[in-house]
Design a protein around this ligand. Sequence first.
Ligand code: ADP
Length: 156
Amino acid sequence: MKVAVYPGSFDPVTNGHMDLIKRGAGLFDKLILGVLINPQKHPLLSMEERIDILSELTREISNIEVKAFQGLLVDFVEREKADVILRGLRTSEDFAYELPLAQANYKMNRKADTLFLATAPEYSYISSGGVKEILHFGGDIKDMVPEVVYKRLLRL
Ligand code: ADP
């Protein structure tokens, strides 16, 4: 059984994340969405909200689990007995950021292979950070996030 971990802050989850989640679930026997607890960041949405939203959005995909984690990603991967870390690549900037992370993780744990999925072109401009910035200045983010997220963010 091949198990992948897709880690991220998902603050908030975007249509780009959802595309990767659906494709990842089709590629592996189990896909664990690892929601990062980062004490240094002040998230827009609480951990509970992010877990609830991801669980609701993936309710109909039976091989997905949603879990919070903190500390080293490789330790989480080990605990979950996962084979693969799944990440998305939007741009060459993502590649420059992701490659040393993947290499550091592999150095720390030879069983922690990272696989990258190329983002669907229609989502490659979307980032959680961008969504937050546009929202902050009153712009429209309807096309960037799932409807449940959109409704939740409008209430902030
Ligand atoms: P982080 O806290 O690591 O920045 P994010 O939640 O922003 O976490 O992103 C998690 C993963 O999702 C990364 O691999 C990132 O490349 C991928 N990702 C982010 N936005 C998109 C998108 N629009 N399309 C596909 N993958 C994406």
